[in-house]
Design a protein around this ligand. Sequence first.
Ligand SMILES: [Zn+2]
Length: 292
Amino acid sequence: MQQTWTYRFACLPLLTLVSSTAFAWGQEGHSIVAEIAQRRLSAEAQQGVAAALGAGVSLASVSSWADGQRVVHPETTNWHFVDIPLQAGAYDEQRDCADNPGHGDCVVRELQRLRTELRCQPTLEGRRDALRYAVHFVGDLHQPLHTVGEKMGGNQQAVHGSIRGLTCKRNCELGNETANLHVLWDTALIRRTVWDWGSYVSRLEDGLLRSPDVQRAAATSSPAEWANQTHVVAQSVWNDKIFPADGLLDDHYYDAVLPLLDRQLALAGLRLAQFLNSAYGAAACPAPAPAG
Ligand SMILES: [Zn+2]
């Protein structure tokens, strides 16, 4: 979730200092989202995915590829998040998604483009890249801190203290790799809940994904609406009622936010499936823009 769910370009220098797993809704979060979607693909979407990635290649295996692209394609940097002011009531395209030349605009607009590009990029390579970006960015848009502009989406909000969660028995201090709120959400909360990402998928399949409420909540197809809903979650996990100003956390925070973490991962998986099923099931591609 920082880097993924993601990180932001200002944190790129850290890449040389911290293991790649520290950056990546870490690889666990993105894999959870991708696997939930994979199990719900329509026949058409399964064909589209196989044509783009090759037979038998899973969505989970490509779900963190986009994070590596930021280094070689900085023009994709801003596609991983949308900077909505924390106290704002809703996403505002002009305010929150302006194009930043050389860095891109935001995840909402990029997902709107990808919906068509998945099927309509003229080359196989283009369609494959569109799929790898889509799998990643639907996940990113459900990491709460990816919808907040303040303090670089929480990358500059220090956290410390100790969280045991469901997995940690001793030495549960939030350490170097979990020193800020964004990374806490990208990786640490997930790792304090399960030992491996496949177990998180099972946790959700056996629990929240059976809930009609989550099925209903997932049934909106607009990335702008996803941004708004995720932003409401961000407001509920980063405010002075639940998050102390000094960033000193314990299991009270974990217990309060775990249902929201579960819900965001479940919604992202369901919506990714919906996004791919809709995209690959669509009819004709738009006519290419006239040259010149
Ligand atoms: Zn990302």
